[in-house]
Design a protein around this ligand. Sequence first.
Ligand code: DLZ
Length: 195
Amino acid sequence: MAGLKGPGLRQNYDGSGLRIAIVHARWNAVIVDSLVAGAKKSLLSAGVSEENIIIQNVPGSYELPFAVQSISAASRIPISTHFPTGDPFLSDTHPSQPPQLAPRIPTAPFDAVIAIGVLIKGETMHFEYIADAVTHGLMRIQLNNGVPVIFGLLTVLNEEQGLERAGLGKHGQHNHGEDWGNAAVELGLKQKGWS
Ligand code: DLZ
């Protein structure tokens, strides 16, 4: 039975035709790494293949919108328009493109992007400003590009709250990253067509 909170009963979506990017911040790495692992686990169990899960990282949560924008905007343009011989990020040898000109962010299309970061409240207003900017930035990016962005930003008051939501706490809460992986598969499929 579904609980009062959470996304309700899990739907069985087939993610085998999807390509999903996970972009995560490196701040609060123990919590973030567990959330990323949870998201990846859900993607794999929905049938997304390992090679179609691309994981990128940025220093902190404030950098998430820029990275997600780079990936999402490129997702609207076929790879062949950028690079006639394929995606240089994913291949070691790329005859038509000098390595120094190859983009550092993968350009192949993604059906959804999961943005993951953990903001822990401190003694200043820093937390509020970053949480607000990142939240609005990610929403704007998904609406502008038409590529779903899954909101994996935890905004917690202390480390314990973060650990709980990453499945690492004393109270045995589940790993929210798993929900985000499921949401990416569902929205990735719905982005392709609402039937
Ligand atoms: C600076 C900072 C602080 C104080 N706290 C966090 C945090 O809790 N979580 C997080 O993801 N990032 C934090 N950062 C880093 C900023 O997000 C950002 O990387 C820097 O301000 C550089 O733009």
